[in-house]
Design a protein around this ligand. Structure first.
Ligand SMILES: NC(=O)c1ccc[n+]([C@@H]2O[C@H](COP(=O)([O-])OP(=O)(O)OC[C@H]3O[C@@H](n4cnc5c(N)ncnc54)[C@H](OP(=O)(O)O)[C@@H]3O)[C@@H](O)[C@H]2O)c1
Length: 371
């Protein structure tokens, strides 16, 4: 294996893995396309636009700490897309820590993130490397909006909403279910304390630019309460998520009600099997490439202090494609020495929110409005 390929895309046969490969090619970063099945990865790579000019190799690897550690040793960053992370994430975090490389992933599963922070943050800090989950659409533009809102002195309360247009992939659908299993950990911050969200409950919100109210859900709690828990400026932080497809939102809330009533007390493996088959009935195949005219998103934050307010709205499109860019942009900054922090951090903390904003603007993917 080459020592000159600094990035590993793990889960390269998946929808998001392909988009990370595309973005790495745009940044001119040589990469290893890794996963459990070389044939599926080869097929997936053929579908990546511009792949004929990418420097990459395909590697089949077993999903074990030992095999992944060995693979990671010659590299600098892993971009992990193998979810649900609740089931598969820790193996990869541990391998990246052993191999002394940076870890990025696309999760939004708070239970997994909280555990990874507790177990591995110190090791990553000692290595001088970043452990940065949620380097993906649903979390980075929203954190950029929150950090812009916090530029106003005195803001101590963050109300954040991610409002996305997207067709969930098979992996995303499975991850939505894993958040039901971790619903006792879905928290927001209230007066510097963790408060648990009610289960199976929707919230109507006013999204900038929309005439009708939109249905949202706590979606596992979101990354911002976890990230801002250690920020001395922030006392209160709530994060909600909605999709333009209202029926999908109603379905998710209905399925969580069903989970709470019928599945919750079954053994974990029985639950996992039932959720897997429900997921397959919703999204069995690979969704088509996103369309900028259809897949439009709004992420916004309302900040509040004692007697002042601030707000920031980020408009974007093609959220999975944006995830590919944000992963590649963060990897590019890390391997080229623009690293601001280490240990368990968000991508915004690892390489700077303004820098990530600029990188996404370079691809024409986001527009930022500050009030
Ligand atoms: N928050 C966001 O904005 C955001 C954006 C994008 C993605 N995501 C998350 O990223 C994850 C992946 O999404 P996706 O759209 O790429 O899903 P996907 O198309 O279903 O791909 C999943 C990938 O994981 C691999 N995989 C699954 N189970 C595995 C196992 N047991 N061992 C090894 N590899 C395994 C698959 O390999 P095979 O091909 O061999 O099955 C495939 O490469 C999901 O958790 C999703 O929620 C989040």
């Amino acid at each position: 294996m080459s020592v000159n390929r600094p990035v590993v895309v793990y889960g390269a046969s998946g929808y998001t893995g392909r988009l990370i490969a595309e973005a790495l090619r745009n940044y001119g970063i040589p990469f290893i396309a890794a996963g459990r099945n070389a044939e599926r990865i080869e097929e997936a790579m053929k579908l990546v636009p511009g792949i004929e000019t990418a420097d990459y190799e395909v590697v089949e690897v077993e999903h074990t700490v030992e095999a992944l550690t060995e693979l990671f040793k010659s590299t600098k960053v892993v971009c992990n897309t193998v979810g649900p992370f609740h089931y598969f994430g820790e193996t990869v975090v541990e391998a990246a820590a052993n191999a002394n490389i940076h870890y990025l992933d696309t999760t939004g599963e708070i239970f997994f993130m909280d555990q990874a922070k507790k177990k591995f943050s110190e090791q990553y800090k000692a290595n001088g490397k970043v452990l940065a989950p949620c380097t993906s659409y649903m979390y980075v533009p929203l954190e950029i909006a929150a950090r812009v809102a916090l530029e106003t002195p005195g803001i101590d309360t963050i109300e954040a909403v991610c409002y996305a247009a997207g067709t969930p992939t098979y992996g995303s659908t499975q991850s939505i279910f894993s958040m039901f299993q971790a619903a006792d950990d879905a928290f927001y911050l209230k007066d510097n304390q963790r408060a648990i969200w009610p289960k199976a409950k929707g919230y109507e919100v006013m999204v900038p630019g929309e005439a009708m109210t939109q249905l949202t859900h706590c979606w596992g709690g979101g990354s911002l309460p976890l990230i801002f828990e250690s920020d001395a400026r922030v006392r209160n932080c709530r994060q909600l998520t909605g999709f333009t497809n209202r029926e999908l939102m109603e379905q998710v809330i209905g399925m969580q009600t069903m989970y709470e009533n019928d599945l919750k007390d079954l053994p974990a493996d029985v639950q996992a099997a039932q959720l897997k088959s429900i997921g397959e009935s919703i999204q069995a195949g690979m969704p088509p490439r996103e369309n900028p005219l259809v897949h439009r998103c709004v992420d916004f934050v309302k900040g509040r202090g004692g007697n002042n307010t601030s707000s920031c709205t980020v408009r974007s499109f093609t959220p999975y494609l944006l995830t590919g860019v944000v992963q590649a942009a963060t990897a590019n900054l890390l391997i080229n020495g623009h690293q601001l922090d280490s240990g368990f951090v968000s991508a915004c903390q690892a390489v700077g929110y303004q820098e990530l904003m600029g990188q996404l603007q370079n691809f024409g993917l986001i527009e930022v409005e500050v009030d």
